[in-house]
Structure formats: C-alpha cells, structure tokens
Design a protein. Structure first.
Lengths: 619, 347
C-alpha cells in the first residue's frame, strides 16, 4: 500500500512542493483558491490581480478585512496567506495579466495556471497564452449559487474558445430612444444621457427621439421625409446635447422640461403616432406640474434598506434636480473640457441614473424601481456569496492534482447546481470534450506525410483529385509533370473547404511492389465526435461589477425586441448565462465528422469516384 | 430556542454595504433572519474552520466554536484560522481571533469543553447546531435533543477524499422559495384598447411558502436493508452511505479517525469493519471495494472546502428559511468530483 503524507500519496505530495502554479485573480474564487492550494501542500504560487479591495468584497473575499479597503488584492491576499502558512513561497503582482510583460516565456515558468477571473477578455487572453505555452489551464466561474470548473489542455481538450459563447445582450437604438417597454431600456437611456451631458459623448448613445425609426413610418417615404425635416429643423437638434446643456448652465429644470427629457422630446415622440397604435403612449412630465401634485407620503425607512425604497415622481424629480447640480459642480471643478466617467459607486452618478431612468419609466407607464434595483441593472452586478466560491475553489484544486499527474483522462468539467438534478446530483462531473478541429484559436492545420514516387504516381491516384483547373486530362499525368517533387506540400481541401489537410510528399523509388504510397509517422486523428453533455449550464464568463453600460445601440433592429449582437464594450461587462433553460453548452456538430484522415486514407486506396476534393500544390 | 427571537429590523449602512452582494441574492428578509441566529459549531479542524468562515461571512448573530482538543502540528496545518505559534493551545481558543476578524459584526466565542460533557440545556440557546468529528452516539443524542425544539441539526465530516453532510430540520421546516410571477402573454394582434395597459415587468417574482419534514439521524443510519425493496434500490444508493457507516464505526471503536501514521494497522481494521458492518446489514462486502482505504485518511483541504461550502450554505438556508433544503444527506467523492443528495430514513 502507498505511503501517505497526510491524505496524499507521497509522490503526489512531493510533486506539489516543487511545482510552480499561477493564479489569475485574487477575488472571490482567488481567495478561496489560494487558501486551498497552500493547505493542500502547494508551495510555489504566483498570484496576479489588477484590482483593489472594495467593501462589497468583504462578504466573501475572506483574506481581506475592512482596514484593507483600497489596497491591492493580490498583495493583501499574499500577506494574509503567509500568516497561516509562512513557509509558502508566494509572489503577488498588482497588475493586469494582459500586460505584455506576461509573455509566453512567463507562462512557461509554471506547471499549471488557474483562472479566477470575472471577464471574458482576460479569459480569452489567458487561454491563448496557455495554449501557446502548452501549459494546462483550469478555468472556472461562479454566479450566485451556480458554478463551474473545467480543464483545458492543448491538443487534448477543448480550449476556452472552441465553443462560441453567448454575447452581451444589447438593445436596438429605437427601443432605447423611442419605445422603451422595460425598466432596463430606461436605465440604459439614463446612462447614455449621463454620457451625453457629463461624459464622453458617443454617437451610438443618442437619447433624443429617433426619427428614422422604421416602425414610426406609415410608409418608407414618410420616414425619409421625417428624417429630412428634422435635419432642416436642424439647429436645435444638431447642437450637441452637451453644448446645449452648457448653454443653459445645466439648469435642471430646463433639462427636465425643454430639450431632452421628459416633456419636449416626449411630445415629439407622441407625434410619431404609428408607434403608439398598439402601445401605450408616453405621458409627458412637466416640472411645475409635478410640484403641484399631491406628494404621496413616503413610508418611513424603518424596516427596509434605504436604497430599496421606491420613491414617487416628485421624489425622483427632486433627486434629478439634486444630482444634476452635484454633477455640474463636479464638472466645473474638473475644469475646461472635463468629462465625467459613470461609476455605479459614485453617489451622484448613481442618483442621476436612478432619477432619470425612473422618470422615464413613469413617462412610459412602467412601475418605477428602487435605487437598489437600478444599481443592479445599471452596474451589471452579479450577486455573490462565499460558499459557492468555496466549493468551486475546492474543485479546482482537486482537478489541479490530476493535471499534475498528467491524468487528463480523469479530469472533468464539473457543474455546481442550486438543487440536485433528477439523478440526485448537486455536483455534476462531465467528461471533457476534445478540441474543436475548426477552432480558430487552438486548431492547427492537420498534416500527414506520405511517401511515394512522384514519377510514377499519377494525379488520379491521389484520391482522385482534380487540379483546380478542373481539366480531367490532368488525371493521367504524373505528379512530377506538375513540378511536384520531394518535399512538395499539397493542401487538400475537403468538400466545402471545411476541412483542410496538408500532405507532405517524400519522393521515394524504394516502395514495395504494388504499394502506391506509404503514410509516414502519424496520421492526424479522426475529427472528434461530439459527446452529449450530462447537464448543461454554462457559466460563460462571469461578470465584473462594472461601471460600463451593458448595452449598446449599435444593433439595427428589424423588430423591437432584444437582439443579441456582438458587444463592443470593455471586457468588464460581459454577462453570464445562468438560466437552467438555456443550455449554452451547445455541441457543435461538425459537418465534417466523417471526412477525417482515416477515411481519406481509405479513399486513397479506392478507384476514383465522384469527388469534391481539390489538391492545391503549395510549392 | 424557547422563543422565536425578534428580528432586529434595522439594517445599518455598514451591514448594507458589506452584505450587498448576498442581499442581492437571497434578499433582505433572509439576511435579517441570519442576523438574528445563534449557531453552535463543534469541531475546529479542516471542515469546522470552513463552516466557521462561511457562517461568519454570512453574518449570523453569534457563533460558538466548541472544541476540547489541543492544537497539534497536524491539526494546525489542516486549517487557516490557527496561528503558527499556537501548538498546545485549545483549538477553539486558538481559532477565535482570526475567526472574529473575518467579520467584526458577528459575536464569535470559544468554548473549550467536550461536547459530550455539556448538559442538555446548553444546546437550547442556539438556533442551529453543527457537529463535526463527533461519535455516532453523540450525534444521535444531540439530534434527538434539538430537533424536537426546532433547533436545526447538522452533522458533517471529511475523511480523506470523501465527505458527507447530514441535516435534520425537524418535523416541520417552513421556508419560502422565489418563483417568477406568471405573466399572461399579451396578444398584440387581437387586443384593442387593452393593449395600451402598462406592461408588467417580466422580471417580477413572488414568494411561495413550503413545508418539508426530516427524520432523525438515528433513523437515517438504521435503515433496514434486508427487505426486498431496499435490495432492489441498492444500485441507486450512493456507496458513500456505507462508507460513512464504516468510518463512524471505526471512530467509535478507536476513539479517533484513521491516521496516516498508523496506515497499515488502520487499513486492516477498516477492511474488517467494512466486512462486519455490511454483513450486519445483510449486504455483500463487494458493495465497498478494498480500494476505499487509500482515500479516507486525514482531511483533504479541498474536500473540506467543498463539503464546508455545501454545509455552510445549508445552514444559511435553514436559518434564513429560504430555498429548499437538501434532504437529508449530501455525499461528496473527491476522486470523482461527484456530489449527490439523497434521503435515508423514514419518509
């Protein structure tokens, strides 16, 4: 029986103390992971994180205390770990992993890399670096009660980018500008408004009514007419929002009433009457009128969170007024040409969006939302707890132990559910998928080396190929007639060019009798058959608590519903797919499953039949 | 506890800021219930430390760390709360300071007594009790004592790569679940003026009340396997259940868990106990193949993290009375990465 060091076999325990590992991220998963690594016996650990500690981290990132708020996560994590394991050799980097300093050579220092990230861009980057360095990578993610771990090993498993990941949800411009139907539309609009007034103006973040809205036109000519009319009408509309605001001294009342917001623009929208044929029409708000309304007694804060209160129209009008004034002062303080950047944790910025969004919701007859809820949506906040991260980080280390032993056949993707599945599983291990041969990130062009006599082999013998010229008369010519010689490389494209095989030719006059050709070395493996997942819930990317809008108006919409289009924003605001219904672990069914090297080899023996394959000589 | 504690209704700004990300998940009401709960945690080794961390971070009112054992080099290396110079001190006492620092808003206490020596009424001050490293008899006793008083009882252990959690939330455990509100789809084509009604937010949810019952630890362990029905179901039973029986018997017989220093001797004993236990249950030894002995020594830190995470979350659910509890065992096999929930005992 094996000798044990603690719970581990001695050989495993020894390899742990000598190996070097990299942990990317020192947040929710990262803190738990560092703790698990040192307690398990890992000695040489490097950890990198660009972030600093925030009070909202403290419910789960247990290596940090209140006194550490504002400090580097990587640095404080290292210090905290050393306190209970002083013999650990930890290097901390307060830096972005995407910094070019961390090149392939850097990654090659490690036997294993473990991601503890919250955004897709960094994950893509680390994925590619680990592929380039040929170092195993353990990828993971959590959101709420759900989590997932998987292992990525070049050539053996799927890489992070083998399967397409769902993209950020975005909304069409006309929904934001003309016909919002959900609170999120109003929130996005409010964030755009912030940028138009106080921040960096963006042509894709227009807030004024969209006269070119295809839905607004009774007929196409009408739409064109409106568009021209508004341009002619011109001066008021063409002046940028910010310039206009500046010209009125950011007068909140004027803002409220006049141009953008809740009165004049709404009145304009109302004239686009086709929009309102089947929808409830918006009701404009007037500043002075609001204040004549009976103010509803707002409930004493008492039992709830202050932020969870939903105010009345008056309340949000006040909040709007107040926040505009505060933001105006901020702008003035910053000086000429200054711009503010929206941040959910900046109170007046958050107040502004809360107020503006709610006023717009009111205009469009939606139930208003509390600041708490608006902050969730505007800031892309993903709820997070300690226990989910603890479980996932435990699973990461268990997978890590297998990778160190190169037991990749034992490695699994493991899903953590909120409730057990019908087979009673709360933790669901699934076999890892082989790499996607069409993955543009990790697939190399498959190659095979073939030995034959170029003087004696006719073109036709090579899988009954035709040259691209399509001349059948070529079939009986010898390969050497085309200048094909020793060392020539041919590219074989299959069917719809979905599969490409490179054939290296070695000229030989010493083949056995009746042998036309000989495959030298390994032929590329069959294209893998996709396996059926046990359970699919892809915690795609995680989501960094982000100040960036999760939406853009770039998508041209046929209809008014939500479109999923490629996001153009910063990496920090990618969302994660958590609903049990949507299994994002779609298996890509390769159309070329059958067109693998093995069957090609088979066809090489057969007589020419009809075929769709071409040979292109590369040199 | 004798009377249901009144929830403090005011959440401070400090709490709101710190607990923000979890309030957004389980709601303010759940957080308040947690905040009014007192928990007893027995055993501060690898698993205990994980549970302590998880409960303290969650924001319970009070957590009592109970452990009569002394810190050894081995026990210190197993967890992250004990300072390096604490060898020889009491384990609960040594863990106290770092545990408290995890969240100053929780009252963390250390108790150095042996749990077996505590009088019955000691337990009545708590809303939930979590037992680790306890003998089967002790767990049975405490469970019997507590469950009838609506004190939630949890047991859990880690043996090498394997771990389990058991819960007894009483005959009637009430909880709520958040479900999406059923929104009647509007039929735009057909509606006339009705179409102009304000739209209901598709993200609105409603809270549904539910009740579920649990059996005692005793009943869970004393399932009769000799009848036909049980035998037929055997294939679907996690083997870990039988492994647990073996390990609990080892613990009772030896007064400790299998130790790496006595690997040879303990392995022999484990195999023998396996034979005895399964035979008593009328089952074949083949149910639990010999290989198990290599993987149930000491406590694997990552396994403690997984089991401690699940156990911690079950405590949170039970105390906050939100979301369906796992019923009544969770078994984790660290070799396979599989975690299974299954019910044993009288239904």
């Amino acid at each position: 029986m094996a000798k044990l060091v603690g719970p581990l076999r001695k050989e495993l325990a020894d390899s742990l103390s000598s190996c070097r590992v990299l942990v990317v991220g020192a947040g929710g998963i990262g803190c738990e992971l560092l703790k698990n690594l040192v307690l398990t016996g890992f000695k040489n650990i490097e950890v990198i994180d660009l972030d600093t500690i925030d009070v909202s981290n403290l419910n789960r990132q247990f290596l940090f205390q209140k006194k550490h708020v504002g400090k580097s996560k990587a640095q404080v994590a290292k210090e905290s770990v050393l306190r209970f394991c002083p013999s650990a050799n930890i290097t901390a980097y307060h830096d972005s992993i995407m910094n070019p300093d961390y090149n392939v050579e850097f990654f090659r220092n490690f036997q294993l890399v473990m991601n503890a990230l919250d955004n897709r861009a960094a994950r893509n980057h680390v994925n590619r670096m680990c592929l380039a360095a040929d170092i195993p990578l353990i990828e993971s993610g959590t959101a709420g009660y759900l989590g997932q771990v998987t292992v990525i090993k070049k050539g053996q498993t799927e890489c992070y980018e083998c399967q397409p990941k769902p993209t950020q949800k975005t909304f069409p411009g006309c929904t934001i500008r003309n016909t919002p139907s959900e609170p999120i539309h109003c929130i996005v609009w409010a964030k755009y408004l912030f940028n138009q007034l106080f921040g960096e103006e963006d042509a894709d973040q227009e807030v004024s009514p969209d006269t070119a809205d295809p839905e607004a036109a009774w007929n196409p000519a009408d739409a064109a007419a409106r568009a021209t009319a508004s341009n002619k009408d011109g001066d008021i509309k063409r002046v940028s929002t910010k310039e206009w605001a500046r010209s009125t001294g950011y007068d909140p009342v004027k803002l409220f009433n006049k141009v953008q917001l809740f009165k004049d623009d709404i009145m304009y929208l109302l004239t686009m009457d086709k929009l309102w044929k089947k929808r409830k029409a918006p009701l404009p708000l007037d500043w002075t009128e609001i204040h004549h309304l009976e103010s509803s007694q707002e409930e004493a804060c008492g039992t709830g969170l202050k932020d969870q209160q939903v105010l009345g129209v008056q309340g949000y009008a006040q909040l709007f007024h107040h926040s505009v004034e505060t933001l105006r002062s901020q702008l003035i303080e910053k000086g000429e040409g200054a711009e503010l950047v929206w941040d959910k944790d900046d109170p007046p910025a958050m107040d502004f969006v809360t107020a503006a969004a709610n006023l717009r919701m009111n205009v469009f007859s939606m139930n208003m939302k509390s600041r708490f809820d608006v902050k969730s949506m505007a800031g892309n906040i993903i709820p997070a707890i300690a226990t989910t991260n603890a479980v996932i980080a435990g699973l990461i280390v268990l997978e890590a132990l297998k990778t160190l032993n190169s037991e990749f056949d034992q490695c699994r993707t493991i899903f953590l559910n909120k409730q057990p599945n019908p087979r009673k599983k709360l933790l669901v291990p699934c076999a890892l998928d082989p790499p996607n041969p069409s993955c543009y990130v990790c697939a190399s062009k498959p190659e095979v080396t073939v030995k034959l006599n170029v003087h004696k082999t006719i073109v036709q013998a090579l899988q009954d190929k035709r040259f691209k010229s399509g001349l059948e008369t070529n079939n009986n010519k010898f390969l050497s007639d085309f200048g094909i010689r020793n060392g020539s490389r041919l590219q074989v494209d299959d069917f719809l060019q979905d599969y490409t095989l490179l054939v290296n030719l070695i000229h030989s006059e010493e083949l056995e009798k009746d042998v036309e050709f000989e495959v030298v070395g390994d032929a590329p493996d069959k294209a893998p058959t996709p396996s059926v997942p046990e359970e699919g819930k892809n915690i795609a990317n995680g989501n960094k608590d982000s100040a960036q809008p999760s939406t853009s108006s770039k998508a041209a919409a046929e209809d008014d519903d939500v479109l999923i289009v490629d996001s153009d924003e910063e990496p920090s605001s990618s969302t994660m797919e958590a609903s049990p219904e949507s299994s994002n672990r779609k298996r890509k069914h390769h159309g070329t499953d059958t067109d693998d090297a093995a069957s090609k080899r088979k066809r090489l023996d057969q007589q020419p039949a009809d075929d769709d394959e071409d040979i292109i000589a590369l040199d | 506890p004798v009377e249901r504690k009144k929830q403090s209704n005011i959440i401070s700004e400090e709490e709101a800021a710190q607990y923000d990300r979890q309030i957004r998940l389980w709601g303010l009401d759940a957080q308040k219930r947690l905040r009014g709960s007192r928990v007893l945690l027995v055993g501060l080794r690898g698993l205990g430390a994980e549970v302590a961390k998880n409960l303290i971070l969650a924001g319970v009112k009070g957590l009592t760390l109970l452990d009569h054992e002394q810190v050894t080099e081995e026990s210190r290396r197993a967890q992250f709360l004990i300072p390096v110079d604490a060898d020889g001190q009491n384990q609960a006492q040594a863990s106290l300071e770092r545990a408290q620092l995890l969240n100053p808003m929780v009252e963390v206490k250390a108790d150095t007594d042996a749990v077996g020596s505590k009088p019955d009424d000691f337990f009545f001050q708590f809303d939930a009790v979590c037992l680790t490293r306890c003998s089967k008899d002790l767990m049975v006793r405490v469970d019997q004592l507590c469950a009838s008083r609506n004190i939630k009882v949890f047991c859990g252990d880690v043996f090498g790569y394997h771990g389990y959690m058991f819960s007894d939330l009483g005959q009637e455990h009430h909880y709520v679940e958040e479900k999406p509100k059923v929104v009647k789809g509007s039929n735009e084509a057909n509606d006339g003026p009705e179409a102009k009604k304000p739209k209901v937010d598709p993200n609105e949810t409603t809270m549904v009340k539910k009740t579920v019952s649990f059996c005692s630890f005793k009943a869970a362990l004393e399932v009769d396997w000799t009848n036909e029905k049980a035998k037929n179901n055997l294939k679907r039973i996690p083997v870990d259940y039988f492994l647990l029986q073996v390990l609990l018997k080892f613990r009772t017989d030896k007064g400790r868990d299998p130790q790496p220093d006595s690997f040879a001797e303990d392995s022999q004993l484990l195999l023998q106990i396996r034979d005895d236990v399964l035979e008593t249950m009328g089952l074949s030894s083949e149910l639990l193949p010999n290989t198990f002995v290599s993987y149930c020594f000491s406590e694997m830190a990552p396994v403690c993290a997984v089991v401690g995470g699940v156990l911690g979350q079950e405590l949170v659910k039970a105390l906050s009375q939100r979301d369906a509890p796992h019923r009544n065992f969770f078994f984790f096999d660290g070799l396979k990465g599989s975690g299974v929930v299954d019910y044993f005992g009288s239904k």
